[in-house]
Design a protein around this ligand. Sequence first.
Ligand SMILES: *[C@@H]1O[C@H](CO)[C@@H](O)[C@H](O)[C@H]1NC(C)=O
Length: 498
Amino acid sequence: MSLKYVNVKFKVSRKQMGWGDLGVFGEPNKETPYLDQMAAEGMLFPDFYSANPLCSPSRAALLTGRLPIRNGFYTTNGHARNAYTPQNIVGGIPDEEILLPELLQKAGYKSKLVGKWHLGHQAKYLPLKHGFDEWFGAPNCHFGPYDNVHTPNIPVYRNEEMAGRYYQDFKIEKNGESNLTQLYTQEAVEFITRMHNKSKPFFLYWAVDATHEPLYASKPFLGTSNRGLYGDVVRELDSAVGKILASLRSLKIDNNTLVFFSSDNGGATYAKQHGGSNGPFLCGKETTFEGGMREPTIAWWPGHIKKGQVSHQVGSLMDLYTTFVDFAEVAMPTDRVIDGISLRASLLNNTNVQRPLFYYRGNQIMAVRKGSYKAHLWTWTNSIEEFKKGTNFCPGQDIAGVTTHNQTDHTSKPLLFHIGRDPGEKYPISPNTPEYKKEMPLLMKEIQNHMVLLVPATPQLNMCDEGVMNWAPAGCNKGQNKCYKGPPSKPYNCTWPH
Ligand SMILES: *[C@@H]1O[C@H](CO)[C@@H](O)[C@H](O)[C@H]1NC(C)=O
């Protein structure tokens, strides 16, 4: 095994894919044969988490190996609010952060992002300024269509310049038909083939939009799933993973390529049948209950990861940073706290290390897990006003004192769950029990240790400005000429409802 030339490839499905969306994780329609096969040939991680219950902070954490509170992807506008990078966000990933491709570059890796970035869309924040050599995809979500007067359509970039805009040039039809996943799959296979032909080690971050609303699939997949349109999207994603793994096999670099599949936050329970399934877990995206942050995760590396294993390692997307840097034999930065751990031993020997896991919502640490115990210091689903307007993060899962619509401070007597016996966080362990008295101090000690080293970064997601939207991205004046004139800059404090 020549670790120096391990290709590392990571795919994260667009948000909204939940833990329970894959056949191998128990989805009853069993419509993900390729991902199930990937798991059968590799390692399943049922205890794997995103670093945040929302897309942008989750992705920033993945690429920096650090919690959003440390890399700046959070807000202090309101307590415990989730924030992300819509078109009017002013901030983005700070230059001081060292992104995964910047480290892999030192070992000669070429890196490509295919799909959504979401780490800031102003020019200085884009992927090629932060270690990626190539990019095909968009800086923001594929929301729209917009009118290009009040709001511009989202640009699709090829490297440093816009190649067109969603809806105008990259079609997403009202009936849900779009070829985007096909396009993103071709880009992945083309990159892998080209890097192989040049004998270059590569890092492919395949971060497709699919499974995020508005849902879309290409014609051959529309109407094929028993789960409706959401299932069509999952089926296309599953088939795309099959194509990418097949390309590695046919180039005979499967034994030389570590592939991870995961998702950036829990299924969007508020989207009802248009959202994913979080299996037995409580609530979904936007929350720090298990449904918001547990991710369907599979690692695959024929010849190195033994077939058909289950790892009980408590893992985080931030670990991919540390793991890939470890396998690429690059030195980790020593001037900062890295929250990820290397999964080398888990992958190669199926061993586990005990580690605490911290659940944040914006600027607030909400919960901690260690072993099978999880303590909630704060609980919140969403405000009662939002809930009454129809936004429900926990449909059919109202648990008194747990799924609270007030931000509820439990720090003097945190809620304790054993998430092995009670994965749905339904039955808090009574503070009067010996079990509580034994376990709670251990969890609180982890919080204290964490807080001692915590230096919150300047929050990047506080300011909004309609003037910074994607009016005139680089290259908009070429070809189809799609530059638009926006309003003058007028920054204001963003409002984050959740
Ligand atoms: C998708 O690609 C097919 C084949 O090229 C084409 O016929 C169809 O119009 C495309 N669909 C959209 C929505 O762009």
